[in-house]
Design a protein around this ligand. Structure first.
Ligand SMILES: Nc1ccn([C@H]2C[C@H](O)[C@@H](COP(=O)(O)OP(=O)(O)OP(=O)(O)O)O2)c(=O)n1
Length: 145
């Protein structure tokens, strides 16, 4: 049984456990990349429902009941477990890929740059991807720099 603060939980362990889970039930036949992606998206929907209509909630969720926290942990886990399985059947080493992405992010958004610009511009940089990908032409088009 996993105890609180147990640092032995790794992506590899989760990958092994989920592969075992699927094998024991002969569910590998259903775990195609597309099916796992759809299951993942479904769980993201369930995760979203927890926050739906609540308005903004403070970090740490100070006012949440224990059972709400447990539920949140379960939905976060479902998302992670499907993501781990999706990566596995696609032959992607998720840990390595994520670590590489962390390094790429650091190159793309250098600390030196964030210290040069105002906090308003930092917000713009942090949301740049969202703005770039948004379809709305009504944004104020604010640019950093
Ligand atoms: N074919 C399947 C079915 C389930 N799971 C695993 C991954 C998730 O961690 C969890 C998802 O189970 P459910 O589909 O029962 O979803 P919930 O646990 O969210 O239940 P519910 O949708 O009833 O709230 O079980 C899996 O790997 N492969």
């Amino acid at each position: 049984m996993v105890k609180e603060g147990d640092h032995s939980v790794t992506l590899d362990l989760l990958k092994q456990k989920m592969a075992e889970f699927a094998k024991e039930r002969d569910w590998g036949q259903f775990h195609s990349p597309r099916n796992l992606l759809l299951a993942l998206v479904g769980e993201v929907g369930e995760l979203s429902e927890i926050f739906q209509w609540k308005g903004e909630v403070p970090k740490g969720l100070p006012d949440w009941k224990d059972e709400e926290r447990v539920h949140l942990g379960e939905e976060l886990s479902d998302v992670l477990l499907y993501l781990v399985q999706l990566s596995d059947v696609c032959g992607i080493d998720l840990g390595r890929a994520a670590l590489r992405k962390v390094e790429l992010n650091a190159l793309k958004y250098p600390v030196s740059l964030s210290k040069l610009v105002s906090s308003k511009d930092q917000e713009v940089i942090a949301n740049k991807t969202l703005v770039d990908n948004s379809d709305t032409s009504g944004t104020d088009g604010a640019e950093s720099g």
